[in-house]
Write a protein that binds this ligand. Structure first.
Ligand SMILES: [Zn+2]
Length: 74
């Protein structure tokens, strides 16, 4: 194993502002760039400003046994 593989941390983009964040122990708020961005993001979730597309509850009322096949990850 070469030492350089661990000397350069992976860079990720802050989900809030897109700032580059080194994926390293010193990046305390990763994947966010700062505590501010993390708190803002969590606040958005708490107030349900985010809507996840495609996540809908299946209709439990129609229990006719016609269950669609599960998604397969081939
Ligand atoms: Zn940020």
């Amino acid at each position: 194993m070469k030492a350089e593989s661990i000397s350069t941390p992976r860079i990720v983009a802050c989900p809030r502002c897109g700032a580059p964040v080194p994926w390293a122990p010193q990046s305390r708020w990763r994947p966010f760039c700062s505590e501010r961005c993390k708190l803002i993001d969590l606040g958005d979730w708490a107030t349900e400003r985010y809507r996840i597309p495609g996540v809908e509850s299946p209709d439990p009322g129609d229990d006719g046994g016609d269950t669609p096949p599960p998604l397969r990850d081939d």
